[in-house]
Write a new protein. Sequence first.
Length: 278
Amino acid sequence: MRILASALILAIGFASAPAGARKLQYALPPAASAAGEVRLVEGERGALPPEVSGVAYLDEARSVVYRQDFGGMGVAGGLLLGPFGAGANALAIQKNTAREAEALRGKLGFAPDALLLAALTAMPASASASREAKLRPSLYLTRDKQERLIFWTIVDVDLDGWRGRYSRVLPARVASAAVVAGLPEAERTMLETQLRDSYIETLKVLQLDLEGRAGEFAKMKVEVEALAPRFHAAVKYEFVRRDETHTLIRALAPSTVQAAGLGFSGVLIVPNSEALVK
Protein backbone atom coordinates (compact mmCIF):
# COMPACT_ATOMS: atom_id res chain seq x y z
CA MET A 1 0.00 0.00 0.00
CA ARG A 2 2.92 2.37 0.69
CA ILE A 3 4.18 1.87 -2.88
CA LEU A 4 0.72 2.51 -4.29
CA ALA A 5 0.28 5.62 -2.16
CA SER A 6 3.64 6.99 -3.30
CA ALA A 7 2.76 6.21 -6.90
CA LEU A 8 -0.52 8.06 -6.58
CA ILE A 9 1.20 11.10 -5.13
CA LEU A 10 3.72 11.16 -7.97
CA ALA A 11 1.12 10.50 -10.63
CA ILE A 12 -0.99 13.50 -9.70
CA GLY A 13 1.96 15.82 -9.31
CA PHE A 14 1.98 16.58 -5.61
CA ALA A 15 5.53 15.62 -4.66
CA SER A 16 8.63 17.38 -5.91
CA ALA A 17 11.05 14.97 -4.26
CA PRO A 18 12.06 11.39 -5.22
CA ALA A 19 9.53 8.56 -5.01
CA GLY A 20 10.61 7.64 -1.49
CA ALA A 21 9.83 11.08 -0.11
CA ARG A 22 6.87 11.24 2.23
CA LYS A 23 6.43 14.97 2.65
CA LEU A 24 4.81 17.35 0.20
CA GLN A 25 6.55 20.60 -0.64
CA TYR A 26 4.70 23.90 -0.67
CA ALA A 27 5.06 27.06 -2.70
CA LEU A 28 5.77 30.35 -1.01
CA PRO A 29 3.49 33.23 -1.98
CA PRO A 30 5.06 36.31 -3.57
CA ALA A 31 6.18 39.18 -1.38
CA ALA A 32 3.08 41.25 -0.69
CA SER A 33 2.64 44.37 -2.80
CA ALA A 34 0.45 47.40 -2.13
CA ALA A 35 -3.11 47.30 -3.46
CA GLY A 36 -3.14 48.48 -7.06
CA GLU A 37 0.66 48.39 -7.36
CA VAL A 38 0.78 45.47 -9.78
CA ARG A 39 -0.84 45.44 -13.21
CA LEU A 40 -1.72 42.07 -14.76
CA VAL A 41 -0.64 41.89 -18.41
CA GLU A 42 -0.33 39.16 -21.03
CA GLY A 43 3.30 38.12 -21.47
CA GLU A 44 5.07 36.80 -24.54
CA ARG A 45 4.59 33.11 -25.18
CA GLY A 46 8.19 32.30 -26.09
CA ALA A 47 9.47 28.96 -27.41
CA LEU A 48 7.15 26.02 -27.89
CA PRO A 49 7.20 23.46 -25.07
CA PRO A 50 8.84 20.13 -25.97
CA GLU A 51 7.04 16.95 -26.86
CA VAL A 52 6.68 14.72 -23.80
CA SER A 53 5.60 11.09 -23.61
CA GLY A 54 2.07 10.70 -22.29
CA VAL A 55 1.13 14.34 -22.99
CA ALA A 56 -0.60 15.48 -26.18
CA TYR A 57 -1.09 19.02 -27.47
CA LEU A 58 -4.38 19.93 -29.11
CA ASP A 59 -3.23 23.13 -30.84
CA GLU A 60 -0.29 24.40 -32.88
CA ALA A 61 0.80 26.79 -30.12
CA ARG A 62 0.94 23.87 -27.65
CA SER A 63 -1.09 25.86 -25.18
CA VAL A 64 -3.92 23.31 -24.93
CA VAL A 65 -2.74 20.10 -23.26
CA TYR A 66 -4.45 16.71 -23.00
CA ARG A 67 -3.47 13.92 -20.66
CA GLN A 68 -5.43 10.98 -19.22
CA ASP A 69 -4.73 7.98 -16.99
CA PHE A 70 -6.95 5.25 -18.45
CA GLY A 71 -5.65 2.16 -20.20
CA GLY A 72 -3.96 -0.85 -18.61
CA MET A 73 -3.93 -0.52 -14.83
CA GLY A 74 -3.34 3.23 -14.79
CA VAL A 75 -0.11 5.00 -13.86
CA ALA A 76 -0.13 3.97 -10.21
CA GLY A 77 -1.27 0.39 -10.74
CA GLY A 78 1.36 -0.21 -13.39
CA LEU A 79 4.14 0.22 -10.84
CA LEU A 80 2.98 -2.97 -9.16
CA LEU A 81 3.70 -5.03 -12.29
CA GLY A 82 7.48 -4.76 -12.24
CA PRO A 83 9.63 -2.94 -14.81
CA PHE A 84 8.41 -4.81 -17.90
CA GLY A 85 4.76 -4.81 -16.91
CA ALA A 86 4.96 -1.18 -15.92
CA GLY A 87 6.45 -0.31 -19.31
CA ALA A 88 3.69 -2.11 -21.17
CA ASN A 89 1.10 -0.49 -18.92
CA ALA A 90 2.51 2.99 -19.54
CA LEU A 91 2.51 2.31 -23.29
CA ALA A 92 -1.19 1.35 -23.15
CA ILE A 93 -2.00 4.64 -21.37
CA GLN A 94 0.12 6.58 -23.85
CA LYS A 95 -1.64 4.99 -26.83
CA ASN A 96 -5.04 5.82 -25.32
CA THR A 97 -3.95 9.41 -24.75
CA ALA A 98 -2.69 9.81 -28.33
CA ARG A 99 -5.83 8.25 -29.83
CA GLU A 100 -8.20 10.40 -27.77
CA ALA A 101 -6.18 13.55 -28.37
CA GLU A 102 -6.24 12.97 -32.12
CA ALA A 103 -10.04 12.73 -32.01
CA LEU A 104 -10.28 15.96 -29.97
CA ARG A 105 -7.74 17.98 -31.96
CA GLY A 106 -9.38 20.95 -33.70
CA LYS A 107 -12.78 20.33 -32.13
CA LEU A 108 -12.79 23.06 -29.47
CA GLY A 109 -11.29 26.10 -31.17
CA PHE A 110 -10.49 27.88 -27.90
CA ALA A 111 -7.28 29.89 -27.70
CA PRO A 112 -6.05 30.42 -24.12
CA ASP A 113 -4.41 33.72 -25.19
CA ALA A 114 -7.76 35.10 -26.37
CA LEU A 115 -9.57 33.81 -23.29
CA LEU A 116 -7.02 35.44 -20.98
CA LEU A 117 -7.19 38.71 -22.90
CA ALA A 118 -10.99 38.72 -22.52
CA ALA A 119 -10.58 38.05 -18.79
CA LEU A 120 -8.01 40.85 -18.41
CA THR A 121 -10.33 43.23 -20.25
CA ALA A 122 -13.11 42.39 -17.80
CA MET A 123 -10.88 43.07 -14.78
CA PRO A 124 -10.76 46.60 -13.28
CA ALA A 125 -7.60 48.47 -14.28
CA SER A 126 -5.36 50.22 -11.75
CA ALA A 127 -4.16 53.70 -12.60
CA SER A 128 -1.50 53.58 -9.86
CA ALA A 129 0.23 50.35 -10.99
CA SER A 130 4.01 50.65 -11.17
CA ARG A 131 4.90 46.98 -11.74
CA GLU A 132 3.70 44.37 -14.21
CA ALA A 133 2.95 40.70 -13.60
CA LYS A 134 3.41 38.98 -16.95
CA LEU A 135 0.95 36.16 -17.52
CA ARG A 136 1.04 33.21 -19.89
CA PRO A 137 -2.18 31.16 -20.13
CA SER A 138 -2.76 27.54 -21.01
CA LEU A 139 -5.64 25.11 -20.92
CA TYR A 140 -5.36 21.58 -19.54
CA LEU A 141 -7.84 18.80 -20.29
CA THR A 142 -8.21 15.37 -18.79
CA ARG A 143 -11.21 13.07 -18.42
CA ASP A 144 -13.11 11.11 -15.81
CA LYS A 145 -14.43 7.54 -15.75
CA GLN A 146 -17.61 8.61 -17.51
CA GLU A 147 -15.48 9.94 -20.39
CA ARG A 148 -16.38 13.53 -19.59
CA LEU A 149 -13.73 16.18 -20.16
CA ILE A 150 -12.40 18.12 -17.16
CA PHE A 151 -11.04 21.58 -17.96
CA TRP A 152 -8.39 23.52 -16.05
CA THR A 153 -7.63 27.17 -16.78
CA ILE A 154 -3.96 27.81 -16.01
CA VAL A 155 -2.01 31.06 -15.66
CA ASP A 156 1.77 31.13 -15.29
CA VAL A 157 3.05 34.30 -13.62
CA ASP A 158 6.35 36.17 -13.79
CA LEU A 159 6.61 39.14 -11.42
CA ASP A 160 10.11 40.61 -11.27
CA GLY A 161 11.60 37.12 -11.34
CA TRP A 162 9.09 35.54 -8.95
CA ARG A 163 7.31 32.71 -10.76
CA GLY A 164 4.10 30.97 -9.88
CA ARG A 165 1.18 29.09 -11.35
CA TYR A 166 -2.48 29.66 -10.61
CA SER A 167 -5.05 27.23 -11.94
CA ARG A 168 -8.76 26.62 -11.56
CA VAL A 169 -10.90 23.56 -12.21
CA LEU A 170 -13.98 24.32 -14.27
CA PRO A 171 -17.10 22.98 -12.48
CA ALA A 172 -18.74 21.94 -15.76
CA ARG A 173 -17.77 18.69 -17.47
CA VAL A 174 -18.50 17.94 -21.11
CA ALA A 175 -18.91 14.51 -22.72
CA SER A 176 -15.84 13.77 -24.81
CA ALA A 177 -18.00 12.14 -27.50
CA ALA A 178 -20.06 15.33 -27.80
CA VAL A 179 -16.92 17.39 -28.37
CA VAL A 180 -15.59 14.93 -30.95
CA ALA A 181 -18.95 15.00 -32.76
CA GLY A 182 -18.95 18.80 -32.70
CA LEU A 183 -20.68 20.88 -30.05
CA PRO A 184 -23.72 22.90 -31.17
CA GLU A 185 -22.81 26.59 -31.41
CA ALA A 186 -24.89 27.53 -28.36
CA GLU A 187 -23.11 24.93 -26.19
CA ARG A 188 -19.69 25.90 -27.55
CA THR A 189 -20.39 29.56 -26.78
CA MET A 190 -21.54 28.68 -23.27
CA LEU A 191 -18.37 26.66 -22.65
CA GLU A 192 -16.23 29.51 -23.97
CA THR A 193 -17.95 31.91 -21.56
CA GLN A 194 -17.39 29.51 -18.65
CA LEU A 195 -13.69 29.27 -19.54
CA ARG A 196 -13.34 33.05 -19.72
CA ASP A 197 -15.10 33.39 -16.36
CA SER A 198 -12.77 30.73 -14.94
CA TYR A 199 -9.78 32.82 -16.01
CA ILE A 200 -11.40 35.84 -14.33
CA GLU A 201 -11.78 33.90 -11.07
CA THR A 202 -8.16 32.76 -11.37
CA LEU A 203 -6.97 36.34 -11.85
CA LYS A 204 -8.96 37.51 -8.82
CA VAL A 205 -7.20 34.99 -6.60
CA LEU A 206 -3.84 35.90 -8.15
CA GLN A 207 -4.41 39.59 -7.49
CA LEU A 208 -5.36 38.94 -3.86
CA ASP A 209 -2.31 36.72 -3.40
CA LEU A 210 0.02 39.33 -4.89
CA GLU A 211 -1.35 41.83 -2.38
CA GLY A 212 -1.15 39.44 0.57
CA ARG A 213 -4.94 39.33 0.90
CA ALA A 214 -5.67 35.72 -0.08
CA GLY A 215 -6.72 34.86 3.49
CA GLU A 216 -5.61 32.37 6.11
CA PHE A 217 -4.53 28.89 5.07
CA ALA A 218 -4.61 25.86 7.39
CA LYS A 219 -3.94 22.12 7.35
CA MET A 220 -6.74 20.14 5.77
CA LYS A 221 -7.27 16.74 4.16
CA VAL A 222 -8.93 17.18 0.78
CA GLU A 223 -9.88 14.92 -2.11
CA VAL A 224 -9.99 16.52 -5.55
CA GLU A 225 -11.27 14.02 -8.09
CA ALA A 226 -10.07 16.15 -11.01
CA LEU A 227 -6.46 15.56 -9.92
CA ALA A 228 -6.74 11.78 -10.14
CA PRO A 229 -9.94 10.83 -11.99
CA ARG A 230 -9.07 7.14 -12.06
CA PHE A 231 -7.64 6.73 -8.55
CA HIS A 232 -9.33 9.08 -6.09
CA ALA A 233 -7.00 10.07 -3.27
CA ALA A 234 -7.45 12.34 -0.27
CA VAL A 235 -4.28 14.23 0.58
CA LYS A 236 -3.48 16.27 3.68
CA TYR A 237 -2.20 19.68 2.68
CA GLU A 238 -0.43 22.19 4.87
CA PHE A 239 -2.07 25.22 3.30
CA VAL A 240 -5.77 25.12 2.42
CA ARG A 241 -8.42 27.83 2.55
CA ARG A 242 -12.15 27.43 1.96
CA ASP A 243 -14.74 30.12 1.48
CA GLU A 244 -18.38 29.98 0.41
CA THR A 245 -17.56 28.96 -3.16
CA HIS A 246 -13.95 27.78 -3.54
CA THR A 247 -11.22 25.68 -1.95
CA LEU A 248 -7.71 27.07 -2.42
CA ILE A 249 -4.71 24.75 -2.10
CA ARG A 250 -1.17 26.13 -2.08
CA ALA A 251 1.44 23.61 -3.21
CA LEU A 252 4.44 23.10 -5.45
CA ALA A 253 4.56 20.46 -8.18
CA PRO A 254 7.67 18.96 -9.81
CA SER A 255 9.17 21.13 -12.53
CA THR A 256 8.29 18.73 -15.34
CA VAL A 257 5.98 19.16 -18.29
CA GLN A 258 3.73 16.34 -17.10
CA ALA A 259 3.26 17.92 -13.69
CA ALA A 260 3.06 21.37 -15.23
CA GLY A 261 0.07 20.14 -17.18
CA LEU A 262 -1.65 19.54 -13.88
CA GLY A 263 -1.34 23.19 -13.03
CA PHE A 264 -0.19 22.77 -9.46
CA SER A 265 2.55 25.32 -8.74
CA GLY A 266 1.33 28.23 -6.66
CA VAL A 267 -2.38 27.98 -5.92
CA LEU A 268 -4.96 25.52 -7.19
CA ILE A 269 -8.51 26.90 -7.12
CA VAL A 270 -11.21 24.27 -6.86
CA PRO A 271 -14.96 24.94 -6.72
CA ASN A 272 -16.28 23.48 -3.47
CA SER A 273 -18.44 21.11 -5.49
CA GLU A 274 -15.19 19.51 -6.77
CA ALA A 275 -13.35 19.31 -3.42
CA LEU A 276 -14.33 16.84 -0.72
CA VAL A 277 -12.98 17.56 2.77
CA LYS A 278 -12.14 14.38 4.66
